[in-house]
Design a protein. Structure first.
Length: 171
């Protein structure tokens, strides 16, 4: 009896996976059809007012199952973690108005691989410019008729590390 119950449970989970995937495809499928749309969604999921809900489901849909996030501090020391680990501290504190406004993007694509350099400003009001800026290096791949974010690395600009200013000067 236990074997039948276990087999039925496993079968149910396997059958649910495609159905859940189809539901997410309907909800977020347009987000992953092009490099431009996935990067636009990448900024959209993290940005919003303090009353907007977190968009973890949508953010998770943008990323591959093994996506890696790397944050570099002022000295270049890395903190590497998963998307889930990125959200844990966010869920432990009250949400505040937070907007990442992209200010420049460079895309390089070869076959099913893409590299996106993207400079951004961090704002508490989407209409007011900020001096708090950073640079993202985002790696993507195309599979099953959609794009996935495989990893991203980010570093903030400082007085001694003018990476965004330098990036904005490039063509």
């Amino acid at each position: 009896m236990k074997t039948k119950l276990l087999a039925l449970s496993v079968f149910g989970l396997l059958m649910c996976s495609p159905l859940c995937s189809q539901t997410l495809d309907k909800k977020y499928g347009t987000d992953v059809k092009s490099i431009t749309s996935i990067i636009d969604a990448y900024y959209d999921v993290i940005s919003g007012s303090s009353t907007d809900p977190w968009q973890f489901e949508r953010d998770n849909y943008l990323h591959s199952g093994t996506a890696v996030i790397v944050r570099l501090d002022d000295d270049g020391k890395s903190d590497t973690h998963t998307l889930e680990a990125e959200y844990i501290p966010l869920l432990l504190i009250p949400k505040e108005n937070f907007y990442e406004k992209e200010i420049k993007r460079n895309i390089s694509q070869f076959g099913n691989m893409a590299q996106v350099w993207s400079a951004y400003e961090v704002r508490s009001n989407p209409e007011i410019d900020s001096n708090l800026r950073g640079l993202n290096s985002i790696q993507l791949h195309f599979e099953n008729s959609r794009w996935y974010i495989d990893s991203w690395t980010t570093q903030m600009q400082t007085e001694t590390n003018t990476i965004v200013t330098d990036f904005l000067k490039t063509e």
